[in-house]
Design a protein. Structure first.
Length: 496
């Protein structure tokens, strides 16, 4: 007698690693295995979403459910088992619309089972619909209670409770001092992440490095891309302990102002020039000396080539001259290496001087803005008072909103500059300045970051391989561009 084994996949989810009881992964697995045995199925695999909210994350975005979808689609399972409706969805319809319906459309014989019923799970039955509604209502209620509790504490001038960020220890507020944070044993890991990022390494690559090195992760979990993204954005690491209308500056922050400024710059450079992990180190900044147009790049290496030789070229789209990647890189690297030490000697003073100039420009723009605001206020006083706001009053409101927004942007930028100027050693701190004898030892990613930061333009004669390099005077190029944009002549016209 041949016994046909029916295979199934089990799905488990918990929204927090602290959840126990019916919502623990172990308990869900036990109940699913019992249910599968009763229905004549063998659980061949598990798809798990651990510490994932079904309220904030739709079904189609959850890794475990994506894996489940692929298993069923590729005939690896003929049934799906889960504990109850709260495990698959907290927003009523995302599991049905993004997982159930699409699978049923291409695999009509696939079956779904919940451990709370002995019948095949059907989302269109009235009792199942009510369970999905209740699951959503529970999450909405919990969310609203949390918001109400936070508002109540804020009204009492108290900070709502929150988890202390990874790499820090919290010193609670007292009668003599505000709440503060100090470094713990993982603070150096936070700085390591920032250093890797300003060297041009992608968040995906940083996550891989942390995972492969088994570095301790927040909450004792594994490293995820989103975790690294949040660490790079968190204001507390740079000393900004802001909540509500209160702003407490933390002394001795984990991340110094200049390091954070370079992180912002790395993000802007990536948006402007694309990824740093490319063999063409000088793409976008290399120009044809004869035609004065940016050189294009082309990789003609056959995908199945057995020879180690690569056919990678820079070429001019105007005169069509081309040069091998290695040849271009050799002459540019040699030129850069010869002049780099000389450039470094003047860079620190020039950089500090530029920061001081930017400070004066911002302060002058703030003075100009004050004159405009006073003039606007004076003119506004002549508008007749009417019960119904006139069109001219609405225009004044619009202009004031624009002026306020501009003032906020100017003040934020001025604060950036003042933080950098506070310690005149700031440019010395930048690890780019320690490269006078090691540029050729850098990886392609690191060389590209250095090139985009400190080189404005590379002009190359494609015949003779003569190279001219225009060096930047300081590393804060994006900050300078931002100041330039903010201080352009702005006419705050009222809408007609």
């Amino acid at each position: 007698m041949i016994v046909i084994v029916k295979t199934a996949v089990g799905y488990c989810r918990r929204s927090s690693s602290k959840q126990k009881g019916n919502h623990s992964i172990e308990f869900q697995k036990e109940q699913i295995i019992l249910m599968a045995n009763r229905m004549g199925y063998v659980i061949e695999g598990w798809c798990i979403d651990d510490a994932v909210s079904a309220f904030k994350t739709s079904a189609g975005e959850r890794k475990g459910l994506k894996e489940l979808y692929d298993l069923v689609l590729n005939d690896k399972a003929s049934a799906v088992f889960f504990y109850d409706e709260t495990r698959i969805d907290r927003s009523i319809v995302t599991f049905v619309n993004e997982i159930y319906k699409p699978l049923k459309l291409v695999k009509p014989n696939v079956k779904f089972y919940s451990t709370t019923s002995n019948q095949e799970w059907d989302p269109f039955q009235i009792d199942v619909e009510l369970k999905l509604i209740n699951a959503s209502y529970e999450s909405v209620t919990k969310s609203q209670r949390t918001i109400d509790s936070q508002k109540n504490l804020m009204n009492q001038k108290k900070r709502p409770g929150s988890r202390t960020p990874f790499g820090l220890k919290k010193i609670p507020s007292s009668d003599v001092q505000n709440e503060n944070f100090i470094e713990d044993e993982n603070a150096s890991l936070i700085r390591f992440i920032y250093y890797l990022y300003i060297w041009g390494y992608s968040i995906k690559h940083i996550t891989k490095i942390l995972h492969n090195s088994q570095a301790p992760a927040p909450g004792g979990k594994v490293w995820h891309r989103r975790t690294v993204e949040e660490i790079l954005k968190r204001p507390l690491y740079r000393g900004d302990n802001e909540w509500g209308s209160q702003k407490n500056i933390i002394k001795n922050p984990v991340i110094e102002p200049e390091l954070y400024e370079l992180v912002l710059q790395a993000k802007d450079l990536e948006k402007k020039f694309g990824q740093f992990s490319t063999a063409f180190t000088f793409r976008s900044i290399a120009y044809c000396m004869k035609c004065n147009v940016p050189l294009k790049t082309r990789n003609d290496t056959p995908s199945k080539a057995t020879s180690p030789r690569k056919y990678q070229n820079y070429f001019c789209p105007n005169c069509n001259q081309k040069a091998n990647l290695n040849r271009v890189h050799t002459v540019v690297n040699d030129n850069f290496f010869k002049h780099w030490a000389v450039a470094l000697r003047s860079m620190e003073q020039a950089g500090l001087q530029k920061l001081k100039e930017m400070k004066k420009v911002i302060e002058k723009e703030l003075d100009r803005l004050k004159v405009r605001e006073d003039m606007l206020k004076y003119n506004e006083s002549f508008i007749p008072s009417l019960e119904t706001p006139s069109s001219i009053e609405k225009h004044y409101i619009q202009v004031k909103a624009k002026l306020n927004s501009h003032r906020e942007a100017l003040n934020n930028t001025l604060e950036q500059i003042l933080n950098l100027l506070e310690d005149e050693r700031s440019l010395r701190f930048t690890l780019h300045l320690s490269l006078s004898g090691s540029f050729n030892k850098l990886t392609d990613v690191e060389k590209r970051m250095i090139a985009l930061t400190f080189i404005g333009k590379i002009s190359i004669n494609m015949d003779t391989m003569k190279v001219d390099i225009d060096y930047r005077l300081h590393p804060f190029i994006e900050l300078e561009d931002k100041v330039s944009r903010l201080t352009e002549i702005n006419n705050y016209k009222m809408d007609a």
